[in-house]
Design a protein around this ligand. Structure first.
Ligand SMILES: [Ca+2]
Ligand SMILES: [Ca+2]
Length: 280
């Protein structure tokens, strides 16, 4: 009898031990899950904040031509259009800007540059706009800028985003033109509320990947070689570049009518639609 009791007791002890182990395992497992989920949440949050930083203007300020692409076959000789030079910078230490542009003088002629809304007399009476000159033989707008004049610090400052300037072109030919922001382009700030040092918030030479150039085309979509007619020779060129992406050996930007850095069915369908058309 005593032996049976001892055996039962032993068995109970084993059951208790197993049960305790099971519970501890469960707790450990739960803990593991909790830390796993916490880690997951943390990584998602971290990833999210990294993504937010990437798109945040302050963290990645840019100077850009807006609109980036002016693609319009109706912009024929003598028609005008205007692009803005814009910054998405949201900091409040902006003191001055300067920029230059180059373009294809066979297609575009610069006719007017006016100050934007970033550095204006409304913001501070000391604002001065210094327009550059167009050289329509070379296709250049020389350094154009605006600045808050000051003698004693603190300097008047403003905050972005805003338009540096508006540039109006007239169409002088049939074809395409890059509208390229020059290396000497800068958005300039002054630290410590206008009492500190001047510094380049954006410097086109240093921060070339913070610059978005512009593009113009009045070619008929499909006219790869720009001879004013969409025909078999354009189809031949597109065939050679078909399936390529920017940077590929057979890449040809003239075949990328919708400017999405790929030559594919979308471009082929543009060519198809206009096949046989020519400039009047
Ligand atoms: Ca052609
Ligand atoms: Ca394309």
């Amino acid at each position: 009898m005593a032996g049976v009791r001892a055996e039962t007791f032993k068995l109970l002890e084993v059951i208790y031990y197993v049960e305790r182990e099971r519970r501890e395992y469960k707790v450990r497992k739960n803990l593991l899950w909790i830390s796993f989920i916490a880690l997951l949440i943390l990584s998602v949050l971290t990833g999210f904040s990294v993504n937010t930083l990437k798109v945040s203007a302050v963290e990645y300020p840019a100077i850009m031509v807006v609109p980036e692409n002016v693609i319009d076959e109706n912009l024929k000789l003598g028609e005008n259009f205007t692009v803005s030079i814009y910054t998405d910078y949201t900091g409040n230490d902006v003191w001055s800007y300067e920029f230059s542009l180059t373009y294809n003088p066979n297609v575009l002629g610069g006719i007017n540059v006016t100050n934007g809304d970033l550095i204006t007399k409304e913001k501070d009476p000391s604002a001065q706009f210094l327009p550059g000159d167009f050289n329509n033989t070379k296709g250049e707008l020389s350094l154009t800028g605006a600045v808050f004049i000051f003698i004693f610090p603190p300097a008047p400052l403003t905050s972005g985003p805003g338009i540096l300037a508006n540039v109006t072109f007239t169409v002088v030919g049939y074809g395409t033109s890059d509208i390229t922001i020059g290396d000497d382009t800068r958005l300039i700030g002054i630290k410590d509320g206008g009492s500190g040092v001047k510094y380049d918030i954006i410097n086109a030479k240093r921060d070339f990947d913070h610059i978005q150039h512009g593009f113009f085309s009045n070619k008929i979509l499909g006219d790869v070689n720009g001879d004013g007619i969409v025909d078999a020779s354009d189809l031949f060129d597109l065939g050679k570049a078909y399936g390529s992406s920017l940077g590929d050996l057979n890449w040809n930007s003239d075949c990328d009518f919708n400017r999405d850095d790929k030559v594919d069915d979308l471009d082929l369908s543009d060519l198809n639609e206009n096949f046989g058309r020519s400039v009047p």
